[in-house]
Design a protein around this ligand. Structure first.
Ligand SMILES: [Zn+2]
Length: 98
C-alpha cells in the first residue's frame, strides 16, 4: 500500500496503485498520481466542474512552496472522452502541455 495526499483536501489516502483514478476517501473527488522519473504528476478528474482551475491552483501552490518537480494535469484518457472514437482528434486539448 502507498500513501498519497489528496490534491483537493490534502488528506492522506492509502492505495495499492496510485496510478488508477480513484475517489478520495474523505472528499470523494477523483484523482491519480504517476511518477515519470523526474516529475510527480497529479492527475485531476476531468469530470470536475472546474478541473482547469484546480490544476492552476495546485501549480501555483507548488510553485510557491518550491515543489518544482510536481505537476498537475487534467485526465485525458480516451475512454472518458465524449469524443471517443475516430473523431477524438477533433477534441480540443484539455491538458496543460508538459
Ligand atoms: Zn480529498
Amino acid at each position: 500500500m502507498e500513501s498519497v495526499a489528496c490534491p483537493y483536501c490534502e488528506k492522506q489516502n492509502h492505495t495499492s496503485n496510485p496510478r488508477i483514478m480513484a475517489a478520495c476517501a474523505y472528499c470523494g473527488n477523483r484523482f491519480a498520481e504517476a511518477n515519470t522519473g523526474y516529475l510527480e504528476l497529479v492527475i485531476i478528474d476531468r469530470g470536475l466542474e472546474n478541473a482547469a482551475g484546480v490544476v492552476d491552483d495546485l501549480m501555483a501552490k507548488w510553485r510557491q512552496a518550491g515543489e518544482l518537480d510536481r505537476k498537475a494535469i487534467v485526465d485525458r484518457r480516451v475512454e472518458l472522452s465524449d469524443y471517443a472514437g475516430p473523431e477524438r482528434r477533433l477534441s480540443p486539448a484539455l491538458v496543460t502541455p508538459l
